[in-house]
Design a protein around this ligand. Sequence first.
Ligand SMILES: NC(=O)c1ccc[n+]([C@@H]2O[C@H](COP(=O)([O-])OP(=O)(O)OC[C@H]3O[C@@H](n4cnc5c(N)ncnc54)[C@H](O)[C@@H]3O)[C@@H](O)[C@H]2O)c1
Length: 434
Amino acid sequence: MRVAMIGTGYVGLVSGACFADFGHVVTCVDKDAGKIDRLNAGEIPIFEPGLDALVSANVRGGRLSFALDGAEAIRAADAVFIAVGTPSRRGDGHADLSYVYAAAEEIAGLIEGFTVIVTKSTVPVGTGDEIEKIVRAKRPDAQFAVVSNPEFLREGAAIEDFKRPDRVVVGIEDERAREVMTELYRPLNLNETPILFTGRRTSELIKYAANAFLALKITYINEIADLCEAVGADVQQVARGIGLDKRIGSKFLHAGPGYGGSCFPKDTLALVRTATDAGKPVRLVETTVAVNDARKKAMAGRVADALGGDLAGKTVALLGLTFKPNTDDMRDAPSLDLAPALIAAGATVQAFDPEGMHEAAKLLDGVAFKDGPYEAVTGADVVVIVTEWDQFRALDLDRVKLLMSQPTMVDLRNVYRPTDMRARGFRYASIGRA
Ligand SMILES: NC(=O)c1ccc[n+]([C@@H]2O[C@H](COP(=O)([O-])OP(=O)(O)OC[C@H]3O[C@@H](n4cnc5c(N)ncnc54)[C@H](O)[C@@H]3O)[C@@H](O)[C@H]2O)c1
């Protein structure tokens, strides 16, 4: 099949490369000329493990190409995917659909023959109906169907998630789209992936309901972690104890500094807005948003506590800046709350992240970016593990201790064991453990 992918970001590039790897002919389109130039020069604009090899193999195989102008690809396409951003709208927290609707306008002017227009972007309930109206208004004669096909991949494991998903959700209102979508995902039959066909609105809501549930689960264990600290229990053992219950499951039960990233913060907020507008407020999600925001803001206080309450004149080393390991994505990362709060309290902040510093430098003023973890901890009064990159799991702690002004660690990801750290002579604080 011929596919045009509009938007070549974290989702569009991975989806496009994976569809090409399935054997389809894919053109990834982006209005960012710099991005397209880099891709055409064989460079990958984001950090995602395995993506460079997948992209180059499919470019070489003639199945994957990149274009600034999508006209040719859209005209030829059986399916045009919309994979543009849907960030929070400033001021009210609704999803900003301006990129989606602009893409729909462009697509409307170009499609030829029966074309399936697929929203891969995370979009609120009813967006598919709006896209259909936009296209119909511009091209009353066009043969098309608008489909919702939300994406569930996780950055850092995106290729595996796309190729071996737990399920694929497809929301259709026009039966002609079913055949095209089935054909696109046919290679997943091999691993017996369930393809769940639903109505379009249902599919749109599934994505938000899933993300909000996961955000809620993280927030739940974070609150339990705080309770553990107060009553002398260990949150990792609590998480294991409840996670082994199959009704609960062990994933997303890692206590930490609060969820961030490109999806949960904006999607929980957008769901709250949708539900309020529908007259059916989702109180649990509202609370999740509030608790998580407060938690991210409270992390600087934990660092201060580890130093006896005062950050003025102290040097803080941050290890990790991205919202999670194996990505360079800085969107809504907990470090974006933490670093400014530390600086505002009078601390000097020096930081290292394996892949995120280029993005972080655009977002964090006043932070000294260092070349490695040992450079970052040199002269520091406290080291904070903000993101659990593998390379921070096996630090040479004797070296760290020697390089620091005073050996203090605040481990926001529970990477190390309290007893080990104390035996090594560190003052050590973590999340939800005595
Ligand atoms: N990042 C994730 O892990 C993830 C996972 C699941 C779903 N999603 C959803 O997927 C969507 C895309 O997210 P992302 O992280 O890939 O965003 P992104 O910001 O990385 O990429 C979006 C791209 O779209 C391009 N673009 C915008 N308008 C365009 C247009 N009219 N024509 C061509 N290109 C255009 C931008 O230049 C940008 O490169 C969002 O709705 C997001 O919620 C993201």
